[in-house]
Write a protein that binds this ligand. Structure first.
Ligand SMILES: *[C@@H]1O[C@H](CO)[C@@H](O)[C@H](O)[C@H]1NC(C)=O
Ligand SMILES: *[C@@H]1O[C@H](CO)[C@@H](O)[C@H](O)[C@H]1NC(C)=O
Ligand SMILES: *[C@@H]1O[C@H](CO)[C@@H](O)[C@H](O)[C@H]1NC(C)=O
Ligand SMILES: *[C@@H]1O[C@H](CO)[C@@H](O)[C@H](O)[C@H]1NC(C)=O
Ligand SMILES: *[C@@H]1O[C@H](CO)[C@@H](O)[C@H](O)[C@H]1NC(C)=O
Ligand SMILES: *[C@@H]1O[C@H](CO)[C@@H](O)[C@H](O)[C@H]1NC(C)=O
Length: 407
């Protein structure tokens, strides 16, 4: 299993640009350099010029445009049962799911290949460092996936997991490497910040305050943010001032304006506190939901329940993903770039849109016992938001991995 994960990290850039490599070979042949025919396209003999060329074309490859390919040979990248830190909310097989092909799809970009995930290489990269995921339960799922991807390479006595308040830390002791998750579903301060009790009827967000959270990850070496689903309501109650202070001002602010305000606070914080030559920054775009079967041709009372195949329509986009919010994220990142702070968007929205069968559906731990009525109608309690592991978030991490090494 471990071995399967490991392939030469260094060759992927070259494989990626096979087409341009071929073009270059033709050029060289025309120029009369005969020795490069036959088998000699092998990587070792590629001249320096070609390598450079390969790097160039790599940086132009769009990893996010591609298709899902069934690959039960290499996938899943780890076994659900073997991951020590698997979450019961994501362990679909454990909770009775029988169709397991959702574990076996590989994301294939149209114009290049993704590098193979090499846990040892990543741990070496993370030696004496902190990789911190900050955000909501989708980001937590990605963190669990990342821990599962690397932990099989670490012997039992050389790893630990520790949770303190909003921060959960996985540590590979030998490497002094940590992979952490910090709960901040709205990134900025809100009354949903308690890591356990956050489902409150009346959501209040202090849209200009982030310091309370940010001090926990100021010195991280790699930061991976997300924030989307918790903003999905027509408007939000915003507080200027503190919860306790009688002078606090409350105002309802519409979406997506309030989202924009929060991301502004986030980006100002980054600009002031982040040392760009030390810290790599990522933002994971919105994770799509599959709550309306009608959008992919099922009856209107259906959702992701009982789905076993991806959607094959190229460019499929469901109503669970908001273009306006995506645009705000894009603009915020562009503006940060002008201000000298580089945040790489991991644009997982389109590729995850196709995976209507990747959600836990009814196959996860239920926190409260189900009623007779629910049991008779599984659609009513199917989780079409989160993702089974192994599954879609492993791909998000393969993309993150590619960018961590491309840096
Ligand atoms: C994975 O990475 C490690 C460390 O860089 C390297 O020694 C090893 O050869 C790699 N494994 C494969 C299969 O490429
Ligand atoms: C992979 O899938 C193919 C086609 O569905 C099947 O014939 C084969 O037995 C599977 N291999 C493994 C290792 O599961
Ligand atoms: C271990 O890693 C942390 C960062 O996570 C770093 O601050 C600390 O100096 C490292 N310890 C050693 C002994 O290198
Ligand atoms: C930023 O980080 C780099 C690399 O770690 C370090 O050399 C530099 O001193 C840091 N700059 C500041 C202003 O802290
Ligand atoms: C689940 O899907 C299968 C095949 O698409 C169908 O035959 C079956 O009736 C569905 N079951 C339920 C409970 O909807
Ligand atoms: C992310 O990808 C989608 C679909 O490919 C695209 O519509 C969207 O504009 C991209 N987002 C950003 C911020 O670039």
């Amino acid at each position: 299993m471990v071995k399967k994960q490991q392939m030469v990290a260094g060759t992927w850039g070259i494989r990626c640009s096979f087409q341009s490599l071929a073009a270059l070979l033709v050029t060289i042949l025309v120029a009369g350099v005969i020795y490069l025919t036959g088998e000699s396209g092998s990587l070792i003999e590629v001249p320096l010029l070609t390598l450079k060329h390969a790097d160039d074309s790599m940086s132009h490859c769009n990893f996010f445009s591609g298709k899902w390919v069934f690959d039960n040979h290499s996938y899943p990248l780890y076994k659900e049962k073997q991951c020590t830190f698997m979450s019961d909310q994501l362990a679909c097989e454990k909770f009775g799911r029988k169709d397991l092909s959702y574990q076996q799809w590989r994301w294939q970009p149209h114009h290049c290949d993704l590098p193979r995930f090499n846990a040892t290489a990543l741990l070496e990269k993370l030696r004496d460092k902190r990789l911190v995921f900050v955000g909501d339960s989708l980001n937590r799922g990605q963190w669990v996936s990342m821990v599962c991807l690397v932990e099989s390479s670490v012997p039992p006595t050389l790893k630990s997991m520790h949770t303190s308040g909003s921060l959960s830390t996985f540590k590979a002791i030998e490497y002094n490497a940590s992979i952490e998750f910090y709960w901040a579903p709205l990134l900025v301060d809100s009354n949903s910040d308690d890591p356990l009790n956050h489902r409150l009827p009346d959501r209040i967000v202090r849209v200009q305050a982030i310091e309370k959270h940010a001090r926990h990850w100021t010195d991280a070496d790699i930061l991976v943010f997300d924030s989307y689903l918790w903003w999905r309501r027509p408007k939000m109650k915003v507080l200027w001032g503190s919860y306790e202070s009688p002078e606090g001002i409350y105002k309802e602010v519409k979406m997506p304006r309030v989202y924009q305000m929060a991301l502004k606070t986030w980006s100002d914080w980054l600009e002031i506190h982040i040392n760009s030559s030390k810290t790599q920054l990522f933002f994971v775009s919105m994770s799509p939901t599959h709550k309306r079967g009608k959008e992919w041709g099922k009856a209107s009372d259906q959702n992701c329940y009982n789905e076993t195949e991806p959607i094959w329509k190229e460019g499929y986009w469901g109503s669970g993903s908001d273009h306006k919010m995506m645009r705000i994220v894009g603009e915020t990142i562009d503006e940060l770039k002008i201000r000298g702070v580089k945040v790489q968007l991991i644009n997982i929205t389109q590729l995850s849109q196709y995976r209507k069968e990747g959600h836990p559906s009814i196959y996860r731990k239920q926190w409260e016992p189900l009623t007779e009525e629910q049991l008779s109608k599984p659609v009513s309690y199917a989780d079409c938001i989160h993702w089974c592991l192994p599954g879609v978030p492993d791909t998000w991490n393969e993309l993150l991995y590619a960018y961590i090494f491309r840096y």
